[in-house]
Design a protein around this ligand. Structure first.
Ligand code: SF4
Length: 57
């Protein structure tokens, strides 16, 4: 199984899609979490903030 098989991000045109190392580093730098942390509904909002994670978990 590869990262691409596991990626739950619906923003599939993102250049970091399916590339966990780049994806995590990008969101970590912004003090955010990657899509795979969020529920299906919360992920669809594209709000990757920690506040949104706490609010929806
Ligand atoms: S979580 Fe963010 S960086 Fe990762 S693929 Fe989705 S939009 Fe891109």
């Amino acid at each position: 199984m590869s990262c691409v098989d596991k990626c739950t991000c619906t923003y599939t045109s993102c250049g970091r899609w399916g590339k966990c190392c780049e994806c995590v580093a990008y969101h970590k730098d912004k003090k955010q979490l990657p899509a795979c942390y969020f529920s299906k509904e919360a992920e669809k909002t594209y709000d990757r903030s920690i506040e949104n994670y706490i609010r929806t978990t």
